[in-house]
Design a protein. Structure first.
Length: 318
């Protein structure tokens, strides 16, 4: 419940993503004038940057209820039918990780997106027949971290495709100060800046750090979240000054020391770290690439001079 409380309720409360907010204001205004939604939305971008939050904001602005599900949870056509028949006009259906929808379910969604009808096949073989069920005038919002995995027929049926990007440090500070007010957590501006440096430009991570800071404040009986409190917290969380955790440092040291700054393949890195490839590719590498600490080459992953500098090693790379 608490995580929901930290989410903004309206577009005017939302911090960052300025162009997207402008576009959504226009979209919502048009929907209100027409009296019925005519376009569906697809949000894409990295995890934790506000796709679900924006869907909830759109639902609030349209004065409709929101039903949240995920592509992996809708396994059969019957699951989709059960969800759609329980919705009413003006409601929002939010499908997270929409690229994980099974193909038969995805195809059932096409007439829903285009005409507000669900085609259900009853029976099997020669006696099978198709029944068209009318669907309430709803807005479907899809979200994905991997736009390339959303098939073209599905992607093309969304009227508005919006990319959410990482937040600037000033936006992150604003988000942290706002969340601390909601949590009634006293915090200094300097502490908010320190959290923003380690939050990987992602509100979800910033809010997670803030909640752990609250734990330290309550247990250690601090009066305010300041830099001293955060020093203790970051030691506990094994988080350095740019937000790298122990697994990130192990990854960099592996490339710098074990592989002597030579290219290494993903599988070799995963085996060396005793982690699965997906964790490395989706959780560890994106931020290291953002910071410019590693680069991907056709021969494998390489540590950069910036990465070596962060480890305090001599820059010997060419």
């Amino acid at each position: 419940m608490e995580e929901k409380n930290l989410r903004p309720k309206t577009l005017s409360e939302y911090i960052g993503q300025k162009n997207i907010i402008k576009t959504l204001k226009l979209f919502i205004e048009a929907v209100k004038k027409r009296g019925a939604p005519s376009e569906h939305l697809l949000f894409y971008g990295p995890p934790g940057i506000g796709k679900t939050t924006l869907a909830c904001v759109v639902a609030n602005e349209l004065k409709g209820d929101i039903k949240i599900t995920s592509g992996a949870a809708i396994e059969r056509g019957g699951d989709l039918a059960a969800i759609l028949t329980n919705l009413k006009n003006n409601d929002i259906l939010f499908i997270d990780e929409i690229h994980r929808l099974p193909k038969p379910v995805e195809e059932l969604l096409y007439p829903v997106l285009e005409e507000y009808f669900l085609d259900i096949v009853i029976g099997k073989g020669p006696s099978a027949r198709t029944v068209r069920l009318p669907i309430p005038k709803i807005t479907i919002i899809g979200a994905t971290t991997k736009l390339a995995l959303v098939s073209s027929p599905l992607r093309d049926r969304f009227g508005l495709i919006l990319r959410l990007d990482y937040y600037s440090q000033s936006e992150m500070v604003e988000i942290i100060l706002r969340s601390s007010r909601i949590l009634s957590l006293p915090i200094t501006k300097e502490a908010a800046i320190e959290i923003s440096k380690r939050a990987r430009k992602t509100p979800r991570i910033a809010n997670r750090i803030l909640k752990r800071a609250r734990d330290v404040l309550e247990v250690e009986k601090y009066k305010v979240v300041d830099e001293k409190l955060l020093d203790n917290l970051f030691k506990l969380l094994e988080m350095d000054e740019v937000g790298l955790t122990s697994i990130d440092i192990k990854y960099l040291r592996l490339l710098a020391e074990k592989f002597a700054q030579n290219p290494a393949g993903l599988e070799t890195i995963a085996l060396s770290l005793s982690e699965d490839k997906k964790t490395i590719e989706e959780f560890v590498e994106p931020y290291l690439l953002q910071l410019g600490f590693i680069k991907k080459t056709p021969r494998g992953r390489l540590i950069t001079p910036q990465g070596l500098q962060h480890l305090g090693m001599i820059k010997t790379m060419i």
